[in-house]
Write a protein of this length. Structure first.
Length: 745
């Protein structure tokens, strides 16, 4: 059946999928309606097609499958529509004046002769034309989003496409939907391919082949961390996506690659004797890192500083004696333009940083302490007693007019005001972030990189620390001697055993390393939940919030998706008083532990610093916090992050959050947790590797608990497989270093 009327009130709206619960005034009777709308505004007149259903919880509702926006015809309806906030600059008073002047012709005037609106009191010609433009744009937006929804686009995604193409959206999508793959974040090849098939674009269209190649290249960057692909391998992967034989259609593949090269989307070049395809932006990222590191590294001091006395003074004050390799690390850092200090847990990296800081202070040198994550920055601050910032925060996300010039406030045109930059946990810094950091370093700055070369590589593309080490052009201090471990502590001992390919020493009478043997997945899952909720808080006196589950996989009984559901149910169950919000396959509740899963440079946050409120922009991949507030009607959410930033998430951004009672080991990089629980389960050998379990164990400060079968743990410890990423940084570093030496000879 069909009903029609204005929206009287909006009860609930999920901006991600457009699902809306609202009250419609149908023949002066309020009707609760449920379904998906492009946008929802009180006063908007809708014609709905659907049927009445009896919901066991909410009673009778009108569930609609399709709808159409119908402009109201009564004067009262027209006035209510105009004053609803749909058209910027038209409030209740202005709406009343317009309707009083033009009566039933109001909409015709606004659309066909907007300049006539200037006849109305308090409406200038400029404002009249703006109202007309906004009205036309609104109609086009509604038509466009409804067109895209025919192809199963979510409301949020449809609006994102409209933001890119505007009024040209329908024409562009009809002519070449594959452009979505290149121009709109979040649109994959499969989505564009379905649209193209329904429109009738040929299977062997060059548009399609181009998009398939680009999709394969994007997968290589986002899923594997490569910054380039060998041409042959890229074509093979594109071929499996396109299901189009490359030998039979060689010209199509060649033309598509040539088009991408001419557009400067990719760079086609030779490397190590074979042809490679490089996404242009990643070539520029790696080249920027190589050029700046070579430049800073060339700033060698003709007369090396003798800092033996400073080191001795630090030893005496702190009642320690540095090993020769630790002293060498300090001397190298002070006397090199760029240096790397690498070693596993307990090898003294933090003490070395503290000594370097003291020497810098004695020499009245300015310094910055940076880390890739908030947790790593806080740990650096706590251990050194000095302020440490995340790299993103130090760079400062640009806003307003500055944002159009650069993503960050500090860059090559506005470098940091510092003499030395020390970066901790550098193994998890991807090449994009490293590029932005390098651009912000002043010409005469020293760069000291600290990290563990045996950790997992960065989640993002590139292999920065490994490539720098392999280039051989940078002074490297390798720390091997273990200092920080007590007689009854096994975390550091076992971490080094694992790293050397040996089974950890399992002694459940120790104070900080435990193994619980469980054979089936449900038992492992149940034991983990019980440990987080009851056993470990009772045993240690710590709160459940200080316990972090680190799982190797996302899917499965012991994957993070299922573990999060079970832990949420146990730690934060639903109540009548507790607000919650369904988003995709998850339900978020007030009090839930959540993690940001992508970099968002536009989200605004506020933070109390003493009595002063700071404000900034940017929430980043891996940031962890808790939901403080959910507004059921607007769908907005407030998250308080661990570093004190409070951020309001609009409806459109909430999908960037995920539950974080359990997180993947990859996502834990750069963080430390009081207690870590790890499921030891069977799985793909390409994922369950030695450096994965090593990374997980080294995330724990006070206790490690592994639950599962020892044979699965042994497989991981024995599995030294590492995914070889295709990157150019090593070669670019060598080339840049060679040119720098020629320049200074």
């Amino acid at each position: 059946m069909q009903i029609e009327g204005p929206i009287e009130d909006i009860i609930f709206r999920n901006e991600q999928n457009g699902y809306t619960v609202f009250i419609l005034d149908f023949k002066s009777t309020p009707v609760t309606c449920v379904g998906k709308l492009i946008n929802a505004n009180v006063g908007e007149n809708l014609s709905l097609e659907g049927e009445f259903v009896n919901n066991s919880k909410y009673g009778y509702q009108f569930a609609f499958e399709s709808y159409e926006v119908v402009l109201p015809t009564t004067l009262a309806g027209i006035e209510k529509y105009l004053s609803s906030g749909l058209i910027k600059g038209v409030g209740p008073a202005t709406a009343k004046n317009i309707v009083n002047h033009f009566k039933e012709q109001t909409f015709d005037i606004i659309e066909m002769s907007p300049s006539s609106l200037a006849e109305v009191k308090n409406i200038s010609m400029k404002k009249a034309l703006e109202i007309g433009d906004k009205f036309k744009e609104l109609k086009k937006l509604q038509n466009t989003v409804m067109f895209l929804q025919k192809y199963n686009m979510t409301t949020n995604m449809a609006l994102k496409i409209y933001e890119v193409y505007g009024t040209k959206t329908i024409d562009i999508v009809k002519n070449n939907p594959y452009r979505l793959v290149e121009d709109v974040d979040g649109i994959g090849f499969m989505t564009a391919d379905k649209i193209a098939k329904s429109i009738g674009i040929p299977f062997d269209s060059e548009y399609r082949v181009r998009a398939g190649i680009l999709h394969a290249l994007n997968n290589a960057v986002e899923k594997t961390g490569n910054t380039y692909m060998p041409k042959g391998l890229l074509i093979n992967q594109a071929e499996s996506i396109l299901e189009l034989d490359s030998a039979t259609h060689q010209n199509l593949y060649d033309d598509a690659l040539q088009g991408l090269t001419l557009d400067k989307t990719v760079i086609n070049m030779w490397h190590d004797g074979y042809e490679i395809i490089v996404p242009s932006k990643y070539y520029f990222y790696e080249n920027a890192v190589a050029q700046k590191i070579a430049l800073l590294n060339s700033s060698t001091i003709t007369k090396k500083q003798n800092i033996e006395d400073e080191i001795k003074f630090f030893e005496e004050r702190n009642h320690i004696t540095f090993h020769d390799e630790q002293k060498a690390a300090i001397i190298n850092a002070i006397n090199s333009g760029v240096s790397v200090i690498t070693g596993g847990p307990g090898t003294g990296k933090t003490t070395i940083i503290k000594c370097i800081i003291e020497i810098l202070k004695q020499n009245k040198l300015r310094f910055m302490l940076l880390a890739p994550t908030g947790r790593a920055a806080k740990r650096m601050s706590d251990s050194t007693g000095e302020e440490a910032k995340t790299i993103h925060r130090a760079l400062e996300v640009a806003s307003g007019d500055m944002a159009s010039l650069s993503r960050f406030v500090y860059n090559e045109n506005n470098p940091f005001k510092t003499d030395v930059v020390i970066v901790d946990e550098v193994s998890m810094v991807d090449v994009a972030l490293m590029s932005h950091l390098c651009k912000a370093l002043p010409r005469d700055c020293k760069l000291i990189l600290v990290g563990d070369k045996d950790q997992l590589p960065s989640v993002g593309a590139g292999n920065v620390l490994d490539d720098i080490l392999k280039s051989g052009i940078i002074t490297v201090s390798m720390l091997t001697k273990i200092y920080r471990q007590s007689n009854d502590s096994l975390i550091i001992t076992n971490a080094h055993l694992i790293n050397s390919g040996k089974m950890p020493y399992i002694n459940n009478s120790s104070k900080d390393f435990f193994f619980e043997e469980k054979s089936d997945l449900d038992s492992i899952k149940n034991s983990i939940v019980d440990m987080v909720v009851k056993r470990l808080p009772k045993f240690t006196g710590l709160d459940s919030s200080q316990i972090q589950v680190l799982a190797p996989l996302k899917a499965g009984v012991c994957g993070i998706d299922n573990l999060n559901r079970c832990l949420q149910e146990a730690l934060n169950p639903p109540t009548l008083q507790k607000m919650e919000l369904p988003v995709g396959n998850s339900i978020f509740r007030v009090g839930d532990k959540v993690m940001q899963t992508t970099n968002n440079y536009n989200l605004v946050w506020k933070k109390m610093n003493g009595f002063i409120e700071e404000e900034g922009e940017g929430v980043f991949n891996g940031d962890i916090g808790n939901i403080e507030l959910i507004d059921y009607q607007t769908g907005e959410m407030v998250v308080m992050f661990e570093d004190g930033r409070r951020c309001l998430y609009p409806r459109t951004e909430i999908s960037q959050l995920s539950l974080a009672y359990a997180i993947t080991i990859h996502k834990s990089q750069g963080s430390e947790f009081d207690i870590v629980i790890i499921p030891a389960i069977a799985g793909p050998s390409m994922i369950l590797t030695r450096n994965l379990i090593y990374t997980a164990v080294t995330r724990a400060k006070k206790m490690v608990v592994i639950v599962g079968e020892q044979k699965n743990l042994k497989r991981m410890v024995s599995n030294n497989y590492t995914v070889q990423r295709f990157t150019l940084l090593k070669e670019l570093l060598l080339n840049a270093d060679k040119k720098m030496k020629e320049l200074f000879e």
